[in-house]
Design a protein around this ligand. Structure first.
Ligand code: AMP
Ligand code: GLY
Length: 416
């Protein structure tokens, strides 16, 4: 099978790494990729938001399967363009990707499907905004309706800050505050059959102890030793299958990766958000634990034949990933700094720990930073304690001037 992966972050590096280890995959391409993905896939330049360009590249490469990583191309209809060219594509249509592209749409789908989520109002005027903020009280949760690359959500006890953010949005969702730990649960679906993956937890704040600004995600781990063993079954029954069924009923079936961001509240599981693609950095730890070869599962999801796939198999190992980010991330990051120590990790920590690249670029014989999140250092171990030790040992070998990382990824879970 010839596979083309669209995107160039650590999630795509994790996908390419898994696909490169799959005996079914005879050729692996990635566009645009990054300096690390170049080690496992052939890179091609492409504007990932340009459906016609992606379809032409896939046709030229005679790809059997295209996997679209990030949300922006999905919302722009890239998967539709690939399918229109007669090539199987793992990733939802433009219309189904609205589950991530519009928070108001997601809320409407959840209401129709009886999926448990925070109560909310969709507001467009200052009067509606004030009424909604007043109705829920503090802490205020204010969400820009559209895609905002992780910057659209403000959770604050400060009424003025909440109002200011809401007024700056064209359309805004204001909702009830959900208390309790967060879980990311992914499912692969062809629009009808749903195959859940293993849950993971993401660390969204920039600094230790969940201080500092929200980011795209600073680390993750899996499994969740503290979670109810029935969690996956419960979320399948109350969230994933009903949502997939509802989108099919509407004539906009969702085929691809359905990501449920969940809060485990005292009153039960509630959906915080849906995403229409693999999460980053959770994918790095979930795929590290997946035993089933990935390519045929993704192909069957893309073709509408996921029902022939048996349940997924998992390693008993735990996995931890720690993100190394640029100076000043999540504000405008400094880029172009050389990265050292990658060879040392490959020599001393492989195969238990390895580096997945996010924002990196090859510059003559150097690899330099090229984005906010630069590397995702991933490790497996017999338990979370060992996986953490291995991940942080590898992090310690890497030098990137001004870089930052959290030191507490999976610490609480490892300590029980
Ligand atoms: P989102 O982009 O919807 O994932 O929101 C980003 C982060 O904001 C989430 O990971 C939560 O930590 C927080 N958040 C979102 N919605 C709520 C809510 N209703 N109650 C509490 N925290 C929330
Ligand atoms: N880890 C959060 C996300 O991928 O949106």
């Amino acid at each position: 099978m010839k596979v083309l992966v669209i995107g160039g972050g650590a999630r795509e590096h994790a996908l390419c790494r898994s696909l490169s280890l799959d005996p079914d995959v005879t050729a692996l391409h990635c566009a645009p990729g990054n300096a690390g993905i170049a080690g496992v896939a052939e890179l091609h330049p492409v504007d990932a938001l340009d459906g016609a360009a992606v379809a032409a590249l896939a046709t030229g490469l005679q790809a059997d399967l295209v996997v679209v990583g990030p949300e922006a191309p999905l919302v722009a209809g890239v998967a539709d363009a690939v399918r229109a060219a007669g090539i199987a594509c793992f990733g939802p249509s433009r219309e189904a990707a609205q589950l991530e592209g519009s928070k108001a749409f997601a809320k409407e789908v959840m209401a129709s499907a009886n999926v448990p989520t925070a109560r909310s109002y969709v507001c467009t005027t200052p009067e509606e905004i004030d009424e909604a903020l007043d109705a829920f009280g503090a802490p205020y949760v204010v969400k820009d309706d559209g895609l905002a690359a992780g910057k659209g959500v403000v959770v604050t006890g400060d009424l003025e800050k909440a109002r200011e953010h809401a007024l700056a949005c064209e359309r805004v969702v204001i909702e009830e505050y959900l208390d309790g730990p967060e879980v990311s649960l992914f499912a692969i679906t062809d629009g009808e059959t749903v195959l859940p993956l293993q849950p993971a937890q993401d660390f969204k704040r920039a600094l230790d102890d969940d201080e500092g600004p929200n980011t795209g995600g600073m680390g993750a781990y899996s499994p969740l030793p503290w979670a109810d063993p029935k969690l996956v079954d419960e979320v399948m029954a109350t969230v994933l299958q009903p949502t997939v069924d509802e989108l099919r009923r509407r004539g906009t079936p969702f085929a691809g990766l359905l990501y449920a961001g969940l809060a485990i509240t005292s009153r039960g599981v509630r959906v915080i958000e849906f995403n229409a693609r693999f999460g980053d950095p959770e994918t790095q730890v979930v795929l590290a634990r997946l035993k089933t070869p990935l390519a045929s599962v993704l192909l069957n999801a893309a073709r509408g034949t996921l029902d022939i796939e048996p349940p997924l198999n998992w390693h008993d190992d735990a996995a931890v990933t720690v993100v190394i980010a640029s100076h000043n991330y999540p504000d405008t990051p400094r880029t172009g700094d050389p990265i050292e120590g990658l060879d040392a990790v490959a020599e001393q920590d492989s195969p238990y720990a390895y580096v997945l690249h996010a924002g990196t670029r090859q510059e003559s014989d150097e690899i330099v930073s090229a984005g906010g999140r630069v590397l995702s250092v991933t490790a497996t171990g017999a338990n979370l304690t060992q996986a953490r030790e291995r991940a942080y040992a590898a992090v310690g070998r890497i030098r990137l001037d001004g870089s930052q990382h959290r030191t507490d990824i999976a610490r609480k879970a490892a300590e029980g």
